[in-house]
Design a protein around this ligand. Structure first.
Ligand SMILES: [Zn+2]
Length: 308
């Protein structure tokens, strides 16, 4: 079994058609993203799906910035969020109210009454937020509906994620510490505006390739390297696979950003915390880094030299 495509995204196209595709597999990037949190296995699995979906959507990001897929609800899982930036750095976070009874539940059952949104946050410029209906059995169906309704681009998405080998029926990888490694993989096909082929030809390619892609098994998605899988699925039609784009975990939190967040909270609130706790501790939920401020650090935040 080759693992050549772990933590890689491959873009592909079919010759003479207006249909594009993407395939991604995440492994070490997930382990790194989970390293500071003890998430239950079903939540790791779902975070794997969210990060995979976010990676598949990253082409929507046409400028420097980040794309976030975020769901909030009133259920056992009040928040789940995955983010990718233009350098293909990923991070994720989930809040979960219980460790029991989470297995084999749908996204909607875990979230309860809630909203799924796609947030595009350019480094320069205005933030865009699209709301995705929480309809359908799973994340891929919700996203397919979103693309059809808001972008008018027919899209098919397959997601597969495993953090234990019982569900997936595959040989699960172990990391250096002997822990089971979550692996997640996804495949996307998207119909583009007509350009290279006639409407009829595109429709035929779409139907055929969509049908072939739907035969992909979880095992194939999770264990085969991308080129082998794409050749196996689409060998009858010329499929052109572009160079791999590596994906890695990295957190964009920083002292400067934490300073800004604290400044927004205001000096009286922070001074109150200092009086009660003796210090202000800010935890990054994405990477676990702790930013610690004492009394004089807080005072310094509000002195004219540091206020811009
Ligand atoms: Zn961080």
């Amino acid at each position: 079994m080759t693992q050549a495509s772990h933590d890689q995204l491959h873009r592909f196209i079919f010759d003479d058609s207006d249909i594009r595709g993407e395939i991604v597999t995440l492994a070490q990037s997930l382990s790194d993203a989970f390293a500071h949190q003890d998430y239950p296995a079903p939540i790791k699995q779902l975070l794997g799906e969210f990060l995979t979906a976010t990676s598949l959507l990253s082409r929507t990001l046409k400028f420097d910035g980040s794309l976030t897929l975020q769901a909030r609800g009133d259920g056992d899982l009040p928040l789940i969020m995955a983010e990718i930036n233009h350098q293909k750095k990923v991070r994720c976070v989930a809040q979960v109210n219980t460790t029991e009874g989470l297995a084999n539940r749908s996204l909607t059952s875990l979230l309860g009454k809630g909203v799924l949104s796609i947030i595009i946050d350019p480094d320069k410029g205005e933030r865009y937020q699209g709301i995705v209906a929480l309809e359908g059995e799973n994340l891929s169906q919700c996203l397919e509906t979103y693309f059809l309704q808001s972008e008018q681009l027919p899209t098919k998405i397959w997601l597969s994620s495993t953090s234990d080998n019982e569900n997936a029926g595959v040989n699960v990888n172990k990391d250096i510490g002997g822990n089971i490694q979550t692996i997640a993989s996804g495949l996307l096909l998207q119909k583009l505006p007509q350009q290279l082929a006639s409407v009829e030809e595109n429709e035929e390619t779409w139907e055929t390739q969509g049908h072939l892609a739907s035969t992909v098994s979880n095992e194939e998605l999770l264990t085969l390297d991308h080129k082998t899988l794409l050749t196996r699925l689409f060998h009858e039609r010329g499929v052109r696979v572009f160079d791999a784009e590596p994906i890695a975990f990295s957190c964009s939190c920083s002292k400067e950003r934490t300073n800004q967040t604290l400044i927004q909270l205001g000096q009286p609130t922070l001074q109150e915390i200092i009086e009660e706790e003796g210090e202000v501790l800010v935890d990054c939920h994405f990477c676990g880094f702790q930013y610690l401020y004492n009394d004089s650090d807080i005072k310094e935040l509000f002195t004219p030299e540091t206020q811009h």
